[in-house]
Structures are given as C-alpha cells and as structure tokens.
Design a protein around this ligand. Structure first.
Ligand SMILES: NC(=O)c1ccc[n+]([C@@H]2O[C@H](COP(=O)([O-])OP(=O)(O)OC[C@H]3O[C@@H](n4cnc5c(N)ncnc54)[C@H](O)[C@@H]3O)[C@@H](O)[C@H]2O)c1
Length: 253
C-alpha cells in the first residue's frame, strides 16, 4: 500500500459507485480516512465495509441539512477535513428543451448545482479555519460545451465550473485549492443509462457508436478518472487551482 495520503481526512460524495467509489478506494488504499457519502444506503454500506477505515454516511447531497450533517459527522469523527471530492451528480432526462418539464430542469440542478454549492459551503467553513485543504468538483465536458438534448445537465455542469472558480478565489488566501474535472464518455452506470435514453431500441449499438466517435477509440474507465482526481487532490498539484481539467480521450481536441 502506498501511503501518499496517510493521516489525511477525505470526504467523497457519490461514493457508492462510479468515480466516487474509484476515488474513495484509491484514497483509502493510500492511507486516508475516507468519509463515504451517498444516498444509496445499501450499496454504500457494502462498499464502505470493504475499505479500511471508511465511514459510510447516508445523505442526499441536494438537501442542506444532509450536507451540513455529513460534514459535521466527518469533523466529529476525525477533527478536520483535508480533501473533498464533491462528485455526486445525476444525468436526469435527456430530451430537447421543448419536451422538458420544469421538474426535469429543477431536479438536475438540485443535485448537480445546488448540491455542489452546499458541499463547498460546508467544507470551506471547516477548511478556512484550518488554513489548508484541497477540493475537486466533478463537472463534465458538458460544463464547457453545449448539447442539443441535455440542457439541464449542461446548465448544471457550467454551474459547477463557475462554482469552482469562485471557491478557488475564496479559498486561495487560506491555502485551499479548488479544481474541477471534466470527464467525457466514461463507462459507468450513468453512461449506460444515457445510451439507453438516446437509443432505447439499441443501447449497445449506441454505446459502440459513441466509443467509435472518441479519438482514442473507447470509453474511459472510472479508475482513469480517479487517477486525475486523486492527483489534483495531492500535494503534487500544489500550484493548480481554479481550473477545469478535461479527461475525454481527445473528444474536445
Ligand atoms: N460517467 C460519465 O460519462 C460522466 C461524464 C462526465 C461527468 N460525470 C459526472 O461524474 C459524477 C459521477 O458520475 P458516475 O458516472 O460515477 O455516476 P454513477 O451513477 O455511477 O454514480 C453516482 C453516484 O452518486 C450517487 N448520487 C446521485 N445523486 C445523489 C444525491 N443527491 N445524494 C447522494 N448521492 C447521490 C448515486 O447513488 C451513485 O452512487 C457525476 O457528477 C456525473 O455527472 C460522469
């Protein structure tokens, strides 16, 4: 086991699956004490049980009281928060704007934009007095470009990029770094759900067409995304803050 994060206290949201689970796994293996947050209670407890020293906290990141509570529980248990992977997000319904309801818009914004804001607010309240910390928010390539069938998702991920810039400026005088990652097509539950939404009759065919459209010729993996996020959280990234980092197999090159 590498001990790159020995003794550090980390909070990871969306930790029961996908990128969150991959980052929590890396951090725990490298010595961090990881507070794993997710609303999928059963999966969360099972995943946390497999990682040394991990604390599962069931919470809905779109709810103010739940967010304040997961941060409080981390501080109660460990006394501080050094690292924050502010990652939980949903894809929502993908369809042209003309077919979307207000609820389609609000439900995605509630998790992806409000949830990221609430997490930043609660964690910065802990990190500022510490005068240290590193944060990575999960945006998306949808945070830097548009799309014809995903307006709520695109709007919410542009919000994550904006919140990242604001938090970086607010945190900098306190030695706190804040960055975002902008993944492209990565093979998780979310990507599979999207192929089913985009072509309900042939989701596997859609998956293959998307993979073929990527210059590197395939979807990325959650572990490849974790490599970037964990590096941004590490001291090796000590002069990076306020920026958004594409990881997309050259889709946006
Ligand atoms: N997979 C991709 O291709 C891709 C690309 C770009 C960005 N992203 C973003 O990456 C992040 C993680 O996505 P993933 O692919 O790992 O998805 P995933 O669906 O595999 O995992 C997301 C996890 O977050 C949890 N979650 C969702 N809403 C929550 C809430 N309100 N409160 C608590 N937990 C919640 C889910 O239960 C799940 O365990 C999301 O923000 C997503 O928008 C994904």
């Amino acid at each position: 086991m590498s001990a790159g994060f020995a003794g550090k206290v980390a909070i990871v949201t969306g930790a029961a699956a996908g990128f969150g689970l991959a980052v929590a796994t890396r951090l725990a293996r490298e010595g961090a004490r990881v507070v794993m947050v997710d609303r999928a209670a059963e999966a969360l407890r099972e995943r946390a049980g497999a990682l040394p020293g991990a604390l599962p906290v069931v919470a809905d990141t779109s709810r103010e009281a739940d967010v304040d509570s997961y941060v409080e529980q981390a501080v109660e248990r460990h006394g501080r928060v050094d690292l924050f992977f502010n990652n939980a997000g949903i894809e929502g319904r993908w369809a042209p704007m003309t077919e979307l309801s207000v609820d389609d818009f609000d439900s995605v914004m509630a998790v992806n934009a409000r949830g990221v804001f609430l997490g930043l607010r609660a964690v910065l309240r802990v990190m500022k007095p510490q005068r240290s910390g590193a944060i990575v928010n999960t945006a998306s390539m949808a945070g830097i470009r548009g799309g014809a069938v995903n307006a709520p998702y695109v709007a919410s991920k542009h919000a994550v990029v904006g919140l990242t810039r604001c938090a970086a400026l607010e945190g900098a005088p306190y030695g706190i770094r804040v960055n975002a990652i902008a993944p492209g097509h990565i093979d998780t539950r979310m990507a599979r759900n999207l192929t089913a939404q985009l072509d309900p009759d042939d989701p596997q065919g859609m998956y293959e067409r998307i993979a073929a459209s990527v210059p590197l010729g395939r979807y990325g993996t959650a572990e490849e995304v974790a490599n970037l996020a964990v590096w941004l959280l590490s001291d090796e990234a000590s002069y990076l803050s306020g920026s958004t980092h594409l990881i997309d197999g050259a889709v946006n090159a």
